[in-house]
Every structure is written in C-alpha cells, then in structure tokens.
Write a protein that binds this ligand. Structure first.
Ligand SMILES: [Zn+2]
Length: 733
C-alpha cells in the first residue's frame, strides 16, 4: 500500500475517556468484534480477491475472441479472481468424457487451459464454470433417462435452443455425468473451485428416476401442479432441496479428493424467494455469488443492496460477491446488449456500498459493443485504490428486517404479494429515511445472530414456530425492540392457521375473527386531541387523517394501551359520489399497538408496509419512520441532512469506520435505467461513535480530500460538499 498523501487532520476528543483508551487496540475498543479464531476458516483464494470477472465464452469464441485482450483487461482492472467457461453444455477443453460436447469451433485447442495459465501467471484465483442444464441428441439416444420429462411423459426440448434437450437435475445426468466432468476439470486444471450455473433443475421432472426416487423418499406420487397447499408439492419441494444439497455434497467431496481447498459455488438466489435453503447453502461454501445482473421491470438500484444483506444474513463474515451484468436483460434477454455507464455504475456502487465485492459478468468473449469497458475499469481501479477501507467489514446497522423462506415456500406463487412486497415497503422506507439496516434470516434468531441489533422488523412473517416466537420474546426481554405487521406469527410452521398469534403476549392483542380486505376507501385517524404532539405525528402535524392499509386482521386488545395515536376509520362507499361520506367519524379501534414489556413493541394489524410499497404514500413513509425511531429508542448510528435520495451504509474494520453514501437521486430511481447523475450537497453527516474513541482523521474517498471533523462528546459531524454518484467517508480510528 502506498501511504496516503492526505492532510492529516488529527481530531482529539475533549473527553478524558478518549485519552485513556487511545492506546487500546480496536478489538479492545469494540469488544463485540469477531476475533480471528471465531472467524470462519476461508481459503485465501476466496478471501483475497476484491474484484472478480466472469468471462462466459460462446461456442464460436475459439475462432473469434482475443484471449490476450482479456488477459490484459483483467490486468488493467486489477481483477483478482476469474470465472472461466469449462464444460457442461459446451466443453472448452479436449474432454475425454463420452457425450461431453466439445465446442464445435474448438479444434485441437484447449481454450480453458490457455486462459487458466494466463490468469494463474497473474496470481489470480480461478473458478471454472459449468452449466449442466441442456444436452444433445447423442446423449439422449444413449441415455434417455438423462433428459427432463414433462407431466405428459414427453422429453423436454430446450425452449431457446431447440436442437438441445433439457436435462434432469435430480438424477444420473448431474449425479454421475456431471460429477465425472467436474472430476476431469479438477484433475486437469486444479482450479480453486467450480461455479455452477443453472444446475438446480427446471421445475418438476417426471423421468423414471424422479418418479422412483420421490416415491422412495416421500411415499407419494409426483405432484401434478405447483399448488402450495398440495401435500405432494410440499413434499416435492423438500425432496428437491435435499436432493440438490446432496448433489453439492457429492461434487464437493469429489473435487476435494483432488484439491482439498476447493469448493463448489452453486449459483442460486438469496432472500425469502430463493428455493434452496440459504443457511444450508451458506454452510457449504467459503464465498457465494449473488447473481443480480441488472434490473427487470420495476427494480430500484437498492435491490442489489438488499440482496447483499440477505446473503450476509447467512454467510456472516464470508465474502459475498455481487454479480452484475453490463447489458439490458428484461424478459427478452438481450445478452449482447450494453446499458448506460450510469446504470452499470449505480448497480455496482450499491453492491460495494452494501459490502459486496464486485463480479462483472460478460457473456461472449467476442465483443459486439465495447462501450462498457472503460467504466468498469475505472470503478475497479477505485476499489483497488481504497482497498483498505473495503475489506473485513462489519455493518454498524442497528435495524434489521427479518425474511422467512419457510413463509415464502408455504405461499408458493403468492409469496411476492403476501410476503416480499411487505419487506420491499420497509426497505424503501429505510432507504428514503437514510437508516442503515441489515436483513436477518428467520432461521437464525438466536442471540448471537441478533446481538448487533436494537430493532427487528417482522414484515408479515406469518409462519413462526413456537421456538422462533420464544427467540423473539427473548430478544425483547434482553431489551431489543420489534415492529411487526399484519399476519406475523399467525401460522404454524406447516402453514396451518394458529388459533391466536404466536406473539399475542408481546403484541398485547388476540386474534379476533376473519381477515378483512381488500378494504377500499378506509382511513387512519390521527388522535391529536388525546395524543398532543405525539412523536408519531412528526411531519404529520397538520394531517387529521391518512389513508389506511388495504388488508387488516381484527384483534382484541388484552388491556387498555397507554398510547393510541392512530385509530381506524372503516371503509365507506366510494361510489356514487353522493354517497361518499364517512358513516362514522371515529372509532376506538387502534391501528398501532404500542407497548414496552422490556424492549419496545409496535404491532400494526394491517399491511401498511405492503400498501406503502404499492402506492408509496408519503404519509405512510412518515408513519413507518416515526415508528422505527420510537422503537429504536436510541440515536440513529448516522444521520444525514440535506436533500436527495441517498442510501446510507456504515461499516467498520480494524482501523476505520466508513460511511457509504450512494446518491440515488434520479428521475429513474424507481426503475433503474440511469442516464446520468444529479449531484447533491452539501450534506451534513453526523455519526454516533459506539463509545468514546480517538478518531484520527477523516477522508472523502471519492473526492480524494481530507474532511473537517467537528466533534461533541461521541458525535462526529462531517460536511460533504457535493456527491455526484457516491462518496465514502473514511474515519481512521
Ligand atoms: Zn428427473
């Protein structure tokens, strides 16, 4: 590392405590920091690379593409890990395995070997990519049982390349043929790991192996549809998950007989909607790659940040790699397209700000459009220059949103509407409010996983076991706060309805009747008379009432609540217009139940978070934020004053605190196709030090200047004059 040439702005706290601890190591200053022996053992090939590049060759690349160009580009971008095309659909080396299709333009060459050698010379980590999802007529003729079969018993053609056949992911094609492929690649090239694309099947397969193996495991016939309440479908989902984990275990054990430090890196999604168990997948890999190549439909750039948080929930300190593409995808899959520099940049900046290491994914070694090259190079160079502030990070967020795969699996194709949209509402509200947050897996609600957080948000987490409810009660008993909405804890782990909320005691209310909704033309009354100047009315001082959510559960309070800032105005006719008048002005039905058994508890019986994501009412934003600030009951770790839509993340490592500010202020902010950036500033950033520590100096890592730091007790104030796309405030401690 070259020493920084910045002006040294020593900041000395006036507090005596700061002087007393000035000689302590950071680990002693932050006793909750993970020590080296607690950290997971991660091989260097996975822990070292800060930048990855995936070059996915197309079949005719061997006669068109320029390997020297790519090796030079990897060098110029300081790329430290690569993912290179190996085999599966197309082998890019002279394979000896029958039916492993050698590339038609490969000739006698070993394209994979040439690239592996070139990258190893530059000291890079090397993953080899395989894709087993399709094969050819010769394989089908010899092994008809390798092919995926539809519900009518027909082998399935590939939808996009009709000369190919879809393979069965759960039978001998993956378990035997691809195992042999992986063994051959590991033997010939000894890569650090294998990256598996489209390895997890194409839905339900009715081949002879699936019929038999599922019957042996579940004593059932394969489901005929994907109805989430069909016992056969529920059992098939579990069988599939177990089968795919067994496949990863088999591939790992096979390649580790050759290279003990190697690992399979399965490409699969994260978060509630992922079909594989995130905890189990995380346990099997030293790093994971979060594949969010770009936007599709409505996709705010902060979504890649949410993905990072979801992976971190189960990966902990292990590296999380943010896979981004340079093209425009949508459902039309323009795989050779290039989107604007600004769009590529905002996705990547969001990934980095949220703790990911970037992984640029390029399909086709033959470039049809070179416009993206310079932008990625510049961005990668910046991460190298500022490496010290981007490694070994731990989030300082005090707020976490819970996500629940078990709830999503039970909801099936309704999971987006009945679960994910609730979480998206909270994410939008917290990003708009500039409150750093993390995501927490509902399987990991033990004290260790919740230790960093003061506030847990449960957005319609319907399925919670008694044990999970106990963990949440214990969190509140330890002084943690929760905000829960709508149907949270109303169902058992098998999806059946509970007679009462599992968390009824915490909420202080009992379930009382059938769900209501969708409710049209219903409102929430703000009780200014009985709750004058309530903190829940901040920025709603002049609002007599606001729109309601759309779905609610009737509940009966167990006792009279001390504060009832919001009450229900029930639906009344919305047509004909002559009939549109409230039938009752006021009820005593609360819309927000507030209590403080130890930590603070706020329960909304309606879907205010989901409604916020659907209609984005500013009134709901204020209600959500005010509830967060009440429940948090401590100063936010960071506050940012000034106009703009800014995603804020706060990190620390052994020697510095870094505050990432990503400027999302843009007419395209909610959909993502940025053309340009619109600068904001000045911003006044205030940071609450965890304890009184000696802050040495602050730098603005994008502006490349030092920053004036004002201090008052444990509060640091820093002015950021201007942000174009992003800024990172690095405070040495
Ligand atoms: Zn099958």
């Amino acid at each position: 590392m070259t020493p920084r040439s910045l002006t040294r702005r020593e900041f000395l706290s006036t507090s005596a405590a700061a002087a007393a601890i000035a000689n302590l190591s950071p680990a002693a200053i932050w006793p909750e920091a993970a020590t080296a022996d607690q950290a997971p053992a991660i091989p260097a090939w996975a822990s070292n690379p800060m930048r990855w590049f995936q070059l996915t060759l197309v079949e005719d690349d061997p006669i068109h593409y320029d390997a020297a160009f790519w090796l030079d580009y990897f060098k110029r971008t300081h790329t430290e890990g690569v993912c290179l095309s190996g085999g599966g659909c197309v082998a890019y080396y002279p394979t000896q395995i029958p039916f492993h299709h050698r590339g038609a333009w490969l000739g006698d060459r070993d394209v994979l070997g040439e690239l592996v050698t070139g990258c190893r010379k530059m000291g890079m980590s090397v993953l080899v990519r395989t894709d087993p999802h399709a094969t050819y007529d010769d394989a089908k003729a010899a092994h008809p049982d390798w092919i995926a079969v539809d519900a009518e018993g027909n082998p399935r053609r590939h939808w996009a390349s009709p000369e190919m056949w879809l393979t069965c992911a759960y039978g001998p094609y993956n378990f035997e043929f691809m195992t042999a492929v992986h063994k051959e690649i590991m033997t010939l090239y000894r890569p650090d790991g294998l990256f598996h694309n489209r390895w997890d099947g194409n839905g339900i397969c009715y081949c002879i192996h699936c019929v038999q193996n599922f019957r042996n495991a579940a004593n059932l016939d394969l489901p005929r549809n994907t109805d989430p309440v069909d016992p056969a479908y529920i059992a098939w989902q579990k069988w599939r998950r177990d089968r795919l984990l067994a496949l990863i275990d088999l591939w790992n054990s096979t390649i580790r007989t050759i290279n003990p430090e190697s690992s399979c890196i399965p490409n699969n999604g994260g978060g509630a909607l992922s079909s594989l168990d995130s905890v189990e997948c995380s346990n099997r890999a030293p790093m994971l790659v979060a594949d969010r190549q770009g936007r599709s439909g409505l996709a705010a750039p902060w979504l890649i940040g949410k993905t990072a948080k979801e992976f971190r929930a189960t990966m902990g300190a292990k590296p999380i790699i943010g896979l981004f593409g340079v093209g425009l995808e949508e459902k039309y899959r323009w795989k050779d397209s290039v989107t604007s520099d600004a769009e590529i940049r905002i996705w990547t900046l969001e990934a980095i700000a949220n703790g990911m290491r970037p992984w640029c994914s390029k399909f086709s070694g033959t470039l049809h459009d070179e416009r993206w090259l310079a932008g990625v190079e510049e961005l990668y160079a910046w991460t190298e220059k500022n490496r010290a502030h981007l490694v070994h990070q731990q989030s300082l967020a005090r707020v976490a949103i819970v996500f629940s795969q078990q709830t999503a699996w039970q909801l099936g194709n309704q999971a987006q509407a009945k679960l994910e949209d609730y979480a998206l509402g909270w994410c939008q509200a917290l990003v708009e409010s500039r409150i750093p947050f993390e995501m927490v897996d509902a399987q990991l609600l033990d004290p260790a996983h919740l230790a960093a957080f003061k506030l847990l948000i449960l957005p319609n987490i319907a399925l919670l076991s008694d044990a999970q409810c106990d963990q949440i009660r214990a969190f509140v008993a330890r002084g943690g706060s929760i905000i829960a909405t709508h149907e949270t804890s109303s169902r058992n782990p098998d999806g059946s309805a509970r007679a009462n909320f599992g968390l009824a005691g915490l909420f202080g209310v009992d379930l009382a009747g059938k769900p209501e909704g969708p409710m049209l033309n219903s409102y929430i009354r703000l009780e200014h008379d009985t709750e004058p100047a309530s903190e829940f009315f901040r920025d709603l001082e002049r609002a007599p009432r606001v729109i309601n959510g759309v779905n609610r559960l009737p509940v009966t309070p167990r006792e009279k609540f001390a504060h009832t800032p919001f009450t229900l105005i029930p639906s009344y006719p919305d047509l004909p217009m002559e009939k549109v008048y409230p039938r009752v002005e006021k009820t005593d039905i609360s819309c927000l139940y507030l209590s403080q058994p130890a930590g603070r508890v706020a329960y909304f019986p309606m879907d205010i978070d989901r409604t916020f994501w659907e209609v984005l009412s500013a009134d709901h934003l204020h209600m959500l934020l005010n509830t967060v600030l009440w429940a948090l009951n401590e100063p936010p770790v960071v506050t940012v004053d000034g106009v703009g839509l800014i995603d804020v993340n706060v990190w620390r490592n052994a020697s510095s605190i870094s505050i990432h500010l990503v400027n999302l202020t843009n007419p395209m902010a909610m959909k993502g196709p940025f053309r340009d950036f619109f600068s904001v500033g000045p911003l006044e950033v205030r940071f609450q030090l965890p304890i009184a520590i000696h802050a040495m100096q602050a730098q603005l890592l994008v502006a490349g200047t030092g920053a004036a730091v004002k201090s008052s007790n444990r509060m640091l104030s820093i002015t950021v004059p201007r942000i174009l796309d992003h800024e990172v405030i690095a405070i040495d401690v």
